[in-house]
Each structure stands twice: as C-alpha cells, then as structure tokens.
Design a binder for this molecule. Sequence first.
Ligand SMILES: *[C@@H]1O[C@H](CO)[C@@H](O)[C@H](O)[C@H]1NC(C)=O
Ligand SMILES: *[C@@H]1O[C@H](CO)[C@@H](O)[C@H](O)[C@H]1NC(C)=O
Length: 374
Amino acid sequence: MAKGARCMALFFLLLGTAAPAVLAVADGLLPNGNFAQAPGKSQMSGAVVTGRYAIPCWEISGFVEYIEPGHKEGDMILAVPEGASAVRLGNDATIRQTISVIRQMHYSVSFMAARSCAQAEKLNISVGDEFGVLPVQTVYTSTGWDTYSWAFKSRHATVSLGIHNTGVEEDPACGPLIIAVAIKTLSPPHRPKGNMLRNGDFELGPYIFPSTPWGVLVPPILEDVNSPLSGWMVMSDTKVVKYVDAPHHRVPQGARAVELVAGREAALLQEVPTVIGWSYKLSFSVGDAANGCSGSLAVEAYAARETLKVPYESHGTGGSKPAVLEFTAIANATRVVFQSSNHLMKSDATLCGPVLDDVFLVRVRKPAARRLRL
Ligand SMILES: *[C@@H]1O[C@H](CO)[C@@H](O)[C@H](O)[C@H]1NC(C)=O
Ligand SMILES: *[C@@H]1O[C@H](CO)[C@@H](O)[C@H](O)[C@H]1NC(C)=O
C-alpha cells in the first residue's frame, strides 16, 4: 500500500448511524502522530529531513530534524523517552497535517513536547486563522516532557493543523522536540441538573496520553468557547493549570480534576449569568493529587465581593475536603475564580499545587425572600 493510502486508512473512521455519514478523524493519536513511521533515508541528510512530504502523513517546512529511537546528541538537554521517535522544529520550522473533521465541532489537540536548547521556546499551533502560542517550559515535570493542549472549532470538513516554532535562535537547529500529537472531540459542556456551572466536575477536557503520568497542561485561554477544558478559562501571562486523570492521580470525584500548579500566577475561572441581589452558593472540593505535593496547600476562591481561602495540609498521598463560598451577585454575570495561594514544589523541583474538583454553583433561596412572596 502506498504511504498516502495508509495514512488515509488510519485517519478516517465511519461514525455511528445516528450521526451523518461523515468521515472524520478519531479521538487519539493522529495518523503517524507519534512519528513511528520514519522518513526514507533518501529524504534525509543526517538527521535533517529534506523532503517536504518525507515524514508519512505530515508536511514539513523549514529546518526539521527527525530523531530516531535511541539517538543521542550532545546539545540535547533532554533525553527522548525510550523507544520514542521525535521531530525537532528548528528556527521557523513547521509540521502540518491535513485532517478530516466534523464541521462546527470543537476539538482539542494534545501534544507532547520538550525544549531542546533555548531558554524560552514557543510553539504556534494553528488551524486556519485560529492559533495559540504556547510557551514550552520545563518546570512541570522532572523529565522535561510535558503534554500541552489547545482547542479549535472546525469551520470546514477538512482542516490543516500546523505546529510552528516561532523561535529565532543563533543555532538554527535549536528548537522544541515533539514526540506525539493527538486530537479529541469536545462534546458541548453539559450543565448537570442543579449546577449553574458548565463542566464543574472537569470530566470534559483534552486528551491525556494513557502512558503519561503527568497529565496535560492547559495554557492561558481567555475565552471559554475555545477552551480545551470545556467551559473554563485560564487567566495568566505564561502559566498553566494542569489537567490530571484518575489512573495516575488521586482525584476527588470522577475521573478528572485540575491541579493548580502555578500559585497566584494562574487563575481558573468561569463566568455565569446571575441576578443582581440574589444569593448563590459555590461549593467545591480541595485536595492533593497523591503526587508528592506535600505541605500547606490552599485554594482561594472569589465570586462577586466574597473571597474564601481553603487551607489543606497535604502529605502528598491523596485526599480532599469540601468547601463552600456564599455570595450575593452584584452584576448580571459573575466570575467564579480559583487560585492556589502559594507556589509549591515537589522534591524533584517541579511545580505542584492543590487539586480542585466537583465545583457546584446553586442559587440560594433565602427564607426572608420566601416570606416576602407569601
Ligand atoms: C501563528 O500561526 C498562524 C497560522 O500560520 C498565523 O496566522 C499567526 O500570525 C501566527 N502567530 C504568531 C504570533 O506567530
Ligand atoms: C448585563 O448588564 C450589562 C450592563 O448593564 C448590559 O449591557 C447587558 O445587556 C446585560 N446582560 C443581560 C444578559 O442582561
């Protein structure tokens, strides 16, 4: 089978009968999303990929290197995980893949990356004219490998997903390494009965690679419509919140939760319609993810004029406690905001923080108000 045909066979999936007969990409790794299919030797010069279509299923431009499993290089500050292949995006380099999607659907993209030599590397991930510039840092895992997420809404049935290194380093070969790219359909956030918040249990979020113990970073995102963490925004300059899963962490409820890893440098928030003068009750769980984050953790919650600091003494072995913040709305929309009070580090010097889950917002019917109506 020709290489092109093999990509197509992998990348189309016939949806169930209830959906229109659209051929769209399936949740999980993109075709050759882990770069396991290598370019032919004739299309490489050393590690440098010379052919535009040399890496099966991908199109490249600029200075792209292909790192085979086991390959070692002196200037690389991080080891590529055993058995994994990587591409390195040098100055102004791009990798791109055309994917079939469902029109008007929201998707999140997760990719695993590490910086190689520069201090501050950034990747611009884009679909059509939507894009996000994500800083690639090495402060969240001890290996330096992190999973980053981004979301888009598909305007067409076929879209081109690109990842571009915006860097301009002295050494053109310096740039982030990428070892895996995956996609996930984001179903519209449900608002469970009784909860005014969307996705308050954080069960809807970006794809987490099953083999990775480090969750997924959700970068600053200032609009909730295109958030990989459905319904939620992350306010920060460069910092993130971490999306964690039950197979590798203790989560207070369900299968997913959020770890507030950046202290006061990142806030997780959601805006909800409210009625001025009415009272509301915001309840949530605060805990630790059993990932060795020990010490005096605390989550601060804000809504309207109220704030609440919820201290949590962590042994780093998992656990949680409930908290409640009551407030009176002072506007027709209220932002509920969560932050970690302080910066915490695990013994391996990576950032960590309290886990937040099970966020519920309800209207409180005050006895006084009821009496008035009688
Ligand atoms: C990111 O990439 C998109 C698509 O190529 C482009 O339109 C946009 O200007 C880029 N943004 C930055 C900041 O480089
Ligand atoms: C909320 O209040 C603002 C400012 O008073 C107003 O412009 C807006 O239309 C209101 N929105 C709703 C949904 O009532």
